[in-house]
Write a protein that binds this ligand. Structure first.
Ligand code: HMG
Ligand code: MG
Length: 300
């Protein structure tokens, strides 16, 4: 078994999109730079969506322009359509994340289109991004359950994944948008997806609404997945998915793999310094287990 895992921090995007008050542009830039200093080599920085839909990330162009880039670090962003791709290319992103849902209702609420209407919108985005030499990932939401429809048949997930690969994506990320998955379900969905996509092209993106995310990540690891998302401090949530709460905290995922002896490439001590700094920026305690332990240790 390969004892290495690749972690992406989606905190600057998924985390900050869900905060009531927008974080200042220069602090977003500082967050990304601090994450890079801690050794994070894959960061979802922002979204080139309509600013009215996600006002917290309206400064995506500015954030990218100000970040001092590091070799070997991939900075990515969500892109919903060609207008978003133009902005992403101008901002010099390294990777484009197109996104849609496995369930009809969440797709409509989130991007204002049916599933069938979404593919023709994404096709030129994927092709345009590939022509620029960018990595393209397809994020699929509501893979393990939908806030509007409940259970989502795995056949629907496979159909979306298959169509996205036909459009030309390089990798897929399976999202548990509202944190309903359990480990046995993760294992079975991964087994099904593996029939059509090699697992080195699959990542898992868990929200932690019911405290299952670390168990789900471990189930994904046992099933052979080596790519996982986390969000600093456990921030996150989709404003168009009622009941969605934070992502699994990146620092808790880090603890899991470090203690298992799996290489992450991230310095946990430096990472925890970024968590403490971000707590000051956000102005409220961050809820990750690792942060609570660190706070307790400080008070002792
Ligand atoms: P729409 O209103 O249907 O867009 O929204 P439209 O194509 O009809 O365009 C309407 C106007 O918006 C036009 O301007 C466009 O130019 C403009 P007008 O001509 O009226 O002046 N416009 C844009 N402006 C800037 N940037 C753009 C853009 N696109 C159109 N990219 C749209 C459709 C997809 C744009 C909208 O629904 C949207 O922005 N949705 C984003 C929702 C979102 O970001 N949700 C959260 C992220 S997904 C998530 O969190 C889940 C994930 O974490 C995985 C998981 O947890 O499962 C990824
Ligand atoms: Mg998410």
């Amino acid at each position: 078994m390969e004892e290495r895992v690749w972690l992406r921090d989606v905190g600057p995007r998924d985390g900050l999109q869900n905060e009531r008050v927008a974080v200042a542009t220069e602090l977003k830039v500082e967050l990304v730079e601090r994450l890079m200093d801690a050794g994070v080599v894959s960061i979802e920085v922002s979204s080139f969506v309509h600013p009215r839909w996600i006002p917290q990330l309206a400064d995506a162009d500015e954030v990218f322009a100000r970040i001092r880039r590091r070799p070997g670090v991939e900075l990515s962003a969500l892109v919903p359509n060609e207008r978003g791709l133009d902005r992403a290319i101008a901002a010099k992103v390294d990777a484009v994340h197109v996104f849609m849902s496995a369930s009809e209702s969440h797709n409509r609420k989130n991007i204002n289109k049916s599933i069938a209407e979404t593919y023709p919108v994404l096709r030129p985005v994927v092709q345009g991004a590939k022509a620029e030499g960018l990595v393209v990932r397809g994020y699929v939401s509501t893979v393990f359950g939908c806030p509007y429809e409940g259970d989502v048949p795995v056949s629907q997930v496979l159909s979306v994944v298959e169509r996205l690969f036909e459009l030309g994506i390089d990798e897929v990320a399976l999202g548990d948008t509202i944190g309903v998955a359990v480990p046995s379900q993760v294992a079975s969905v991964v087994r099904e997806v593996e029939r059509i996509v090699p697992l080195d092209r699959v990542s898992l993106h868990f929200h932690d609404t019911r405290g299952m995310a670390i168990a789900n990540i471990y189930a994904g690891w046992l099933a052979g997945v080596r790519r996982f998302d986390g969000s600093i401090g456990g921030l996150g949530g989709c404003p168009y998915a009622p009941g969605a709460s934070g992502n699994v905290a990146f620092e808790d995922v880090l603890y899991l793999f470090e203690k298992m002896g799996v290489e992450t490439g991230v310095d946990p001590v430096r990472y925890m310094d970024v968590v403490a700094w971000l707590e000051g920026v956000i102005g409220k305690p961050l809820a990750s287990h690792a942060r609570q332990v660190a706070r307790g240790a400080c008070e002792a």
